[in-house]
Ligand binder design. Structure first.
Ligand SMILES: Nc1ncnc2c1ncn2[C@@H]1O[C@H](COP(=O)(O)OP(=O)(O)OP(=O)(O)O)[C@@H](O)[C@H]1O
Length: 475
């Protein structure tokens, strides 16, 4: 049976994003050079062929709905010939069925073996994108490190490891007969001695690492990357911006491994001067020369479900402004970002701002949510405890420095409060992106900035650069 739709050429040309139809469908465009400017163009959709993607035939969701067709390609459709079935079953069990935009746009490129810069909004599903590539490439019969994911913080490393282990878990007894994929978290603050023993006994298939711990293992040749097929650098702009990490990162990209033996993926929601970055990737031989920049939704750098607001108050009224906001919003789960303590304030022996804020909230906030702290000065165990408590469910208010701003995925977070304005526009984007992390939800999430009147122009600059509007609240 064929369904026939009449679509004007203007409609065809004005639609905003590529159409992907289910693999049962095939699109024929007849009667006009495609895309046509003729107002009487016809589009015929008939059963029984593969996915069609035509950039000009944008967003045919409404057309497909009109004839009652399933317009959606699934992750299984995209990955079927590449990713082992037991991994795909886990992907579906976890609840990932429909690909997000970045998955839909990047996976075909990644499966074709090309190097890739994954540049897509916070919370858009970049982690699953590169993990699916890794699962398509690794051979569990081989005992060697075949994929390496480098992350900036222990917290992000633990999170990525958890997702990778979830997907690698064998769901049925017949799957258990196959060799399993082992995943090592080689992260700052972990036990290097234990990792050395593990690496010497039996190399893991995938390593998730922070650059410090990784380089120690590479320098001592306890870990080698000769068999590495995929190298992922997550939060790549942060890594290149960090004076502590950059030289080790360059060494990893050029001395410890070579672009010809590996597929290289860089991921981030923010890649400032991205054309320059892609140019550098090729010039510096961090990637092959045909590297693809997958830039999803470039005109909207932040998720559209975010509602940005600000309140203006004097510095010494900020605690009260925050309390008033919390009482009005009554957020079930939120993150309050606080700036780092200045060296001057440290030398003067003042308590860190996070401590002051925790003390204030513990004494004054009467809501039900647990109040927790995450900051660099805590030891790694306490940091892990804070995050695992957050993930156990129930409401929370997390007081944090920018440590929680990159990559941390707490999907229940609906409110972000910038108690101190972030120092850069990129930090604004990542702090804001700790909310709005449920890909197919249209739940409204809030980012609220507490600022002095002198700081208003800084926020205005962020609004201009990131193309959002901030509403003023009067409290
Ligand atoms: N296809 C999918 N369907 C449903 N949920 C998904 C899908 N892919 C990813 N997610 C969920 O989306 C959330 C965000 O994913 P992820 O952490 O990979 O985002 P990200 O793009 O890396 O963001 P950031 O740039 O902030 O690190 C996670 O909670 C993840 O479980």
């Amino acid at each position: 049976m064929a369904a026939t739709l009449s679509v004007s050429a203007t409609q065809l040309l004005s639609l905003p994003r590529p159409v992907f139809l289910s693999r049962k469908l095939h699109v024929h465009a007849y009667g006009f050079p495609f895309p046509s400017r003729s107002p009487s163009s016809r589009l015929v959709i008939s059963e029984n062929r593969a996915i069609c993607s035509a950039p000009e035939l944008l967003n045919s969701t409404s057309m497909a709905e009109e004839v009652g067709l399933d317009e959606t390609v699934t992750l299984r459709d995209l990955c079927g010939n590449h990713v082992p079935d037991h991994v795909l079953r886990r992907v579906e069990e976890v609840g990932y069925v429909i690909p997000t935009d970045v998955q839909r746009q990047a996976l075909p490129t990644l499966f074709s073996g090309l190097d890739c810069v994954l540049h897509a909004q916070t919370g858009s599903g970049k982690t699953l994108t590169y993990l699916l590539l890794i699962f398509s490439v690794i051979n569990t019969q081989r005992s060697a490190v075949q994929a390496l994911i480098v992350v900036p913080t222990r917290e992000l490393g633990m999170q990525v490891t958890k997702v990778a282990r979830t997907l690698a878990a064998k769901p049925t007894e017949s799957d258990l007969e196959q060799n399993s994929c082992t995943i090592m978290a080689l992260l700052d603050g972990g036990s290097l001695k234990r990792h050395k023993t593990w690496l010497k006994a039996e190399p893991p298939t995938i390593v998730v690492a922070t650059i410090g711990s990784l380089c120690q293992m590479l320098e001592k040749r306890i870990l080698t990357l000769e068999s590495m097929q995929v190298l992922v650098i997550d939060e790549v702009d942060f890594m290149f911006n960090s004076s502590k990490e950059v030289s080790s990162l360059r060494k990893l990209l050029t001395s410890y491994s070579s672009i010809n033996n590996r597929q290289t993926i860089f991921a981030s929601a923010s890649i400032p001067q991205h054309r320059r970055f892609v140019h550098d990737c090729i010039q510096q031989k961090w990637t092959k020369s045909n590297v693809v920049h997958v830039h999803v939704n470039p005109v909207e750098p932040m998720p559209s479900c975010l509602h940005h607001r600000f309140v203006i108050c004097s510095k010494n009224m900020r605690l009260h402004a925050l309390l008033s906001l919390l009482q009005t919003d009554a957020p079930e789960s939120g993150i309050i970002f606080v700036g780092e303590q200045s060296e001057k304030s440290k030398k003067a022996g003042n308590a860190p701002p996070t401590t002051l804020l925790m003390d204030f909230l513990t004494a004054s906030y009467k809501g039900d949510s647990d109040i927790l702290l995450l900051e660099e000065d805590m030891n790694f165990n306490l940091r892990a405890t804070s995050l695992s408590e957050l993930r156990q469910g129930g409401g929370y208010l997390l007081v944090s420095t920018d440590l929680a701003a990159r990559g941390v995925d707490l999907p229940e977070t609906t409110h972000i409060y910038n108690f101190d304005l972030p120092r850069t526009v990129t930090n604004y984007l990542h702090r804001a992106g700790r909310t709005g992390r449920k890909p197919f939800s249209d739940e409204k999430c809030f980012v609220t900035n507490i600022l002095t009147s002198e700081e208003r122009f800084v926020l205005q600059r962020y609004e201009n650069e990131l193309m959002f509007n901030c509403e003023e609240l009067l409290i």
